[in-house]
Design a protein around this ligand. Structure first.
Ligand code: NAD
Length: 432
């Protein structure tokens, strides 16, 4: 079963419990609009899934394996995420099938601008607001804003108004070009808040005291393994490390590290900034007596008996093939769709708690929302103000899911979907 089918099944299941009428469910199962085009000869898409709650909202991914199916699934996830977070947004997603690491700076800029040229009439601050995702960043958003402002000017908009409108039409911009303080770490920070709330419900982590003995070390702090060390994975690793969690393993597409006493994340980040890879971090030892980080593989990371496993790379990483070997007792899904439906059922049977993507990684779109508000109203908030606002939204969403979970006696994921779908369906009913 593919990623899209997985997502549709989840919607079906939650809609049944939430008693969503069949005609509304049928509309929620397919996107409002699919834009399929080419940029520099490369396949590209923008999928607008649903806008019952507000303008479409969602990132643009540059990845060599992107497909229309994937973009449709991710656009649908955005609808549920923005709804669950209580934002006035719908859901969308975009992608170009390309490996950005193989492009020159000039090619990257051409593709970013070409993407906007293809869809500019379909986007805008009140219509559809793109953001970065895997393989895209603030620099790419800045090019896109610039291109969009040019196109608005060419269509007759005055220059200052065009720029203001363009800035409100994209989030994840650089700070100098209308970006928001805190946006860079918003997703990771949101995940951190969700984990903190979750740990308040299971304060002792008592379940894992026997398992905590890994090798020769007995950990008194919650132990963590993180798959993916990009924007989300590395920022969350740093937040957790700085607040006392023991990060025992991390991985990225090129390698993985395991250190039974806990990895010094600040050192790894430093090495990654200098060399581009986490692997070289094996050159340092955490204590004078310990071996330097040893090479181990990404599959082994999923099997480590840690308290919290954090997939923060790509979708479909925990599958029917490896779910029975997953060693953790709780999963914080920072990536979108990292667990297949088959794996989800196996984890539930094994009593492993899964904090789902639409809840755990919602901090990114909440941060985007606050950037959008600042751009629309030409306001400026400090990093602290933005992070406090994100924390508030995340805690509210968490409390809402806890309440729904209790009411329907279901998993975290189903509860999150019930909540999200009910809000969208309510808006659709009201709109007739
Ligand atoms: P990124 O491109 O910055 O990082 C992705 C990381 O995953 C990289 O370190 C890459 O090397 C690693 N990776 C890829 N394949 C891997 C594999 N097989 N094993 C281990 N690591 C692997 O992307 P990101 O922005 O950090 O996004 C990561 C995930 O979080 C994606 O699923 C994305 O959709 C989701 N997400 C991101 C945001 C955001 O604000 N950036 C918001 C919500 C959700």
């Amino acid at each position: 079963m593919g990623f899209l089918e997985n997502t549709q099944k989840l919607i079906d299941e939650a809609a049944k419990i939430a008693q969503i009428p069949g005609d509304i469910l049928a509309r929620l199962q397919k996107p409002d609009k699919v834009l399929e085009f080419e940029v520099n000869g490369l396949p590209a898409w923008r999928v607008q899934h649903n806008n019952a709650l507000g303008p479409y909202k969602g990132g643009i991914r540059f990845h060599p394996e992107s497909s229309l199916e994937e973009v449709k699934a991710l656009a649908s996830l955005m609808t549920w995420k923005t709804s669950l977070m209580g934002l006035p947004y719908g859901g969308a997603k975009g992608a170009v099938r390309v490996d950005p690491r193989k492009l020159s700076e000039q090619e990257l800029e051409e593709i970013s601008r070409g993407y906007v040229q293809a869809i500019w009439k379909e986007i805008g601050p009140q219509k559809d607001v793109p953001a970065p995702d895997v393989g895209t960043n603030d620099k790419i958003m800045d090019w896109m804003v610039d291109e969009y402002a040019k196109l608005l000017e060419q269509s007759g908009e005055a220059a200052p108004a065009a720029l203001l409108q363009a800035r409100a039409g994209f989030t994840g911009k650089s700070l100098g070009k209308g970006g928001s303080q805190g946006r860079e770490i918003a997703t990771a920070y949101g995940g951190y808040i969700i984990l903190r709330e979750f740990l308040k419900l299971v304060p002792s982590l008592a379940w894992n005291k026997e398992q905590a003995k890994l090798g020769t070390i007995l950990h008194e702090r919650p132990t963590v393994a993180i798959q993916g060390f990009g924007n989300v994975g590395s920022n969350l690793a740093k937040l957790l490390f700085d607040s006392g969690f023991a990060i025992l393993a991390i991985s990225d597409s090129k390698g993985a590290l395991f250190e039974e006493q806990g990895i010094d994340i600040n050192k790894v980040i430093d090495v990654k900034e200098k060399t581009g890879i986490i692997d070289r971090a094996k050159c340092y030892a955490v204590s004078p007596h310990s071996e330097p980080c040893r090479r181990f593989d990404g599959e082994a990371l999923l099997e480590l008996p840690v308290d919290i496993l954090i997939p923060a790379a790509l979708e479909e990483q925990i599958t029917g093939n490896n779910a029975s070997k997953v060693g953790t007792r709780a999963v914080l899904e920072m990536a979108n769709g990292p667990t297949t439906l088959e794996a989800d059922k196996i984890l539930a049977e094994r009593g492993i708690e899964v904090l789902p993507d639409i809840l755990a990684n919602g901090g990114g779109v909440v941060g985007s929302y606050f950037e959008w508000v600042q751009s629309l109203e030409q306001k400026y908030w400090t990093k602290e103000e933005v992070l406090n606002k994100i924390a508030q939204k995340m805690s509210e969403a968490f409390a809402a899911v806890v309440e729904t979970k209790k009411k329907y006696n279901t998993t975290w994921r189903t509860a999150a979907y019930i909540r999200a779908i009910a809000r969208v369906a309510g808006a659709m009913k009201k709109a007739g």
